[in-house]
Design a protein around this ligand. Structure first.
Ligand code: ATP
Length: 241
C-alpha cells in the first residue's frame, strides 16, 4: 500500500454567490487518522469536501497534501496523488456488474489484468456482501450494497486520503455499522487517512479518532471522538440531539 498522507486546509474561504459558506477555515488531518466532520444540514461539510478534491475553487486559502500546496493541481492529478472522493452512491455504474465496477475503479491504477483480479478478490474479502453479488448489475443493488460498492471502488485504487460524504445516507443502522467497520478495519490496515462527513453523528464518532464540528462557517469543536460523544451540551447546540 502507498504511504499514508497528511491532509490540511489552511485559511480556506469558500462559497457560492454571496456570503462565503466558510471563512478562514484551518483543519489538519494527520496521516492515518479518521476525522469525522460533523455539523447540521447546510453547515458546509459537502462544500469542504468538494474544495479538498478540487471540484470547487476557494476564494482564498489552500489545500495541502503532505505539505504540498494543491492549488494549481487539477482534480485528476489530485486523484493520481492519492486523494479519493466517494460521493454518495453515485460512482456506481448502473449498467455494469459489481465485478466490472470494481475493475473500472482499479483500471487506471492497476493496468495488469492478473494483478487487478487479485485486487478485486481482496475487495470481496473486505466486503463480504459484494462477493455474493459479483454478477449483479449496479441498478440491481440495494442502497447499502451500492454504497459498499462505491467505497470498495475507491479503496481498490489504494488511495492515501479518502473523502467520504454521508456514506450512511438512507441505510439501515445495521448496514451502516457494517460499512463503517469495514472502513475502519481497512484504514487501520493500510494507514489510510479519512475525512468522513456525516449527519449520523453516533456512527461517525464510533469509528473516528477525532471529531470536528462545523457551525456557521467555522469550527466550533475539534476534539477526540469520545469527548464529543460524551459532551451533551455540544451535541445539543450543534448536532441537534
Ligand atoms: P448537507 O448535509 O445538507 O449536504 P452540508 O453541511 O454538506 O449539508 P453544504 O452542502 O456544503 O452543507 O452547504 C453549505 C451551504 O452552501 C448551504 O447553505 C447550501 O445551501 C449552500 N450551497 C450548497 N451547494 C450550493 C450550490 N451549488 N450553489 C449555491 N449554494 C450552495
Amino acid at each position: 500500500p502507498a504511504a499514508p498522507a497528511a491532509l490540511g486546509v489552511e485559511g480556506l474561504t469558500v462559497g457560492y454567490a454571496g456570503a462565503p459558506v466558510m471563512a478562514d477555515l484551518t483543519l489538519e488531518v494527520p496521516a492515518g487518522q479518521i476525522v469525522a466532520l460533523l455539523g447540521a444540514n447546510g453547515a458546509g461539510k459537502t462544500t469542504l469536501l468538494r474544495t479538498v478534491s478540487g471540484l470547487l475553487t476557494p476564494r482564498s486559502g489552500r489545500v495541502v497534501l503532505d505539505g504540498e500546496d494543491l492549488s494549481a493541481v487539477s482534480v485528476e492529478d489530485r486523484v493520481r496523488r492519492g486523494l479519493a472522493q466517494v460521493p454518495e452512491g453515485r460512482s456506481v455504474v448502473a449498467e455494469l456488474s459489481v465485478e466490472e465496477n470494481l475493475h473500472l475503479g482499479a483500471l487506471w491504477k492497476i493496468p495488469a489484468r492478473r494483478a487487478r483480479r487479485d485486487a478485486v478478490e481482496a475487495m470481496y474479502d473486505a466486503f463480504e456482501p459484494l462477493s455474493r453479488r459479483r454478477r449483479s448489475l449496479g441498478h440491481q443493488l440495494s442502497g447499502g450494497e451500492r454504497q459498499m460498492l462505491s467505497l470498495a471502488r475507491a479503496l481498490i485504487a489504494e488511495p492515501r486520503v479518502l473523502l467520504l460524504d454521508e456514506p450512511s445516507l438512507g441505510l439501515a443502522p445495521r448496514v451502516v455499522a457494517q460499512l463503517l467497520d469495514t472502513l475502519r478495519d481497512t484504514a487501520r490496515r493500510t494507514g489510510l487517512t479519512v475525512l468522513l462527513a456525516e449527519q449520523n453523528v453516533t456512527s461517525a464518532l464510533s469509528v473516528a479518532d477525532r471529531g470536528v464540528v462545523l457551525g456557521l462557517g467555522e469550527i466550533v469543536a475539534d476534539a477526540p471522538a469520545a469527548d464529543i460523544a460524551a459532551d451533551p451540551a455540544l451535541r445539543h447546540a450543534y448536532l441537534g440531539f
